[in-house]
Design a binder for this molecule. Structure first.
Ligand code: PNW
Length: 485
């Protein structure tokens, strides 16, 4: 199957970073070890009925304890970079700007960073991957309260730049602010579990809260970046930005102008919601203002100026593609999609791609290449791909067949080919690729049932035994071929 990338030898820059991405809650374990405070995901998982297999991230993959073994395994996979997130409540257990720093938490991340660097693996560090300190949620409603939250986030960021900025040169403020808001405040299926759906949640307003929280994310991100640029960047010489999630939206019927328009509107609601303010206009897309009116917050002149240009790169997470069909009915109050239907087949009955073990995710590299082009054309900043990967059906035990994970291998072959062609044939500037993910882990509300790893984890075993899957070595071969020597 390597024939597909044969003509792509050396098309990626010689300083291209590739490796795996993880998130603190999903892998660390040690949820209350050495002074760590509770996060909203600890609270969520400890509430009955919230997680599919009733599991918790209390132990997860135990990487809090096994980071040396993990770095050695990463090394054996040949990576040049590793993207991980820091747990805010491990570093500042109560989260607030006047709350004490937990030195044991600092020590853990400091050791991990040193271990990576000693193995010539470049750390890419995410400040926030969804695990808000529970204390801030309790004190003032977390991100619903921009005025109180922003100084707390900026102080957290300042501690990180001070303690780790001598060694960390790649910073990501927020991971997927849009998934955090829509899953946590609209669907209500993620922490902090707010939603208008009263069958699921007691509190919340899906018609306003996701947009309020999104605004807080953008503004607090921009203030953290301002701090880095003014106080640290000159001396530490790193880069900083935000990572946005977006799947590709393809018209259901490419000959129906209403579907063509709907697909663009879907991209704007999902991606441009955050990307236009940061990379293009300093404001939300007109299509969102038109549908949402005053339910969408407005940037003050000062905020707008601060947010525009507040990312040194386009941090891109993407997994799949949907067919988008327009609706003939007016948008509902709790619509967040741009009033569209997201479908698995198009008007000709063509499928968007083969099914994974995750309901929303299908292999669709054809849309990934289009998305890379859409982002490059609209925003024109270097793209750092910070997440992309898949689950596969039937991965329940570390048998030979499971470890020979052909479905995941096909996924990576397709997506890496798309990247190579986007660079070589379309001229898109792509500088990194982090596959999701290094090991099977705690997949949020899906618990331990959705396995995204290139390493199988036996969650029943003591020490969460690690078993490399074949895809880890295929990814290594592909990058050794495609990155310029
Ligand atoms: C990302 N969607 O979330 C997160 O950054 C990871 O923590 C997570 O484990 C991974 O993808 C796999 O789910 C997403 O519905 C959640 O399109 C949902 C979607 C995309 C990404």
């Amino acid at each position: 199957d390597y024939d597909r990338v044969k003509d792509l030898k050396g098309v990626l820059r010689n300083d291209f970073y590739w490796g795996y991405a993880t998130a603190a809650t999903q892998v660390e374990g040690g949820w209350n070890a050495d002074g760590k405070g509770e996060s909203i995901w600890d609270r969520f998982a400890h509430t009955p009925g919230k997680v599919k297999d009733a599991s918790t991230p209390d132990d997860a993959v135990l990487s809090y304890y096994k980071y040396k073994e993990d770095v050695a395994l990463l090394k054996s996979y040949g990576v040049t970079g590793y993207r991980f997130s820091l747990s805010w409540s491990r570093i500042i257990p109560l989260g607030g700007k006047d709350d004490p720093v937990n030195e044991a938490g600092i020590r853990y991340y400091s050791n991990l960073i040193d271990e990576l660097l000693a193995n010539k693996i470049t750390p890419f560090v995410t400040l926030f991957h969804w695990d808000t300190p529970q204390a801030l949620e309790d004190r003032y409603g977390g991100m619903l309260n921009k005025e109180k939250y922003t100084p707390d986030f900026v102080r957290y960021a300042s501690v990180l730049f001070e303690r780790f900025g001598d060694r960390v040169k790649h910073w990501i403020t927020y991971n997927e602010p849009g998934v955090y808001t829509l899953a946590g405040y609209a669907a209500g299926v993620h922490a902090p579990a707010r939603s208008s759906n009263r069958a699921l949640n007691e509190e919340g307003d899906s018609s306003t809260e996701p947009f309020i929280v999104g605004h807080t994310e953008l503004v607090s991100h921009a203030y953290a970046v301002k701090l880095y640029r003014e106080k640290f960047q000159k001396e530490q010489k790193g880069i900083i930005g935000i990572t946005l999630h977006g799947n590709y939206s393809e018209p259901w019927d490419e000959n129906d102008p209403l579907d063509v328009e709907a697909a663009e509107r879907a991209r704007e609601f999902e991606i441009a919601w955050y990307a236009d303010p940061v990379h293009k206009t300093g404001d939300y897309p007109a299509s969102m203002r038109a549908q949402l009116g005053d339910r969408l917050p407005r940037f003050t002149a000062e905020e707008s100026k601060l947010v525009l240009g507040s990312s040194d790169f386009y941090g891109m997470n993407s997994y799949t593609t949907f067919y988008i069909r327009h609706k003939d009915t007016p948008p509902e109050l709790n619509d967040h999609s741009g009033n569209v239907d997201k479908l698995d087949t198009n008007s000709k009955g063509v499928s968007r791609g083969p099914e994974s073990d995750t309901y929303w995710l299908r292999t669709a590299p054809w849309g990934f290449r289009k998305l890379l082009n859409w982002i490059w054309k609209r925003y024109g900043v270097p793209i750092y791909i910070t997440e992309n990967g898949t689950t596969a059906k039937g991965e329940t035990e570390p048998s030979e067949a499971v470890l020979n994970d052909q479905f995941r291998i096909d996924f990576f072959n397709g997506y890496l080919e798309a990247i190579g062609r986007a660079v070589k044939e379309d001229g898109v500037d792509i500088r990194s690729y982090f596959a999701w993910t290094f090991t099977d882990n705690w997949e949020w509300a899906a618990g331990y049932t959705d396995r995204f790893g290139v390493t199988f984890i036996d969650f029943e075993s003591e020490g969460k035994k690690r078993y490399p899957k074949k895809s880890a070595y295929v990814v290594k071969d592909l990058f050794q071929h495609m990155v310029k020597a």
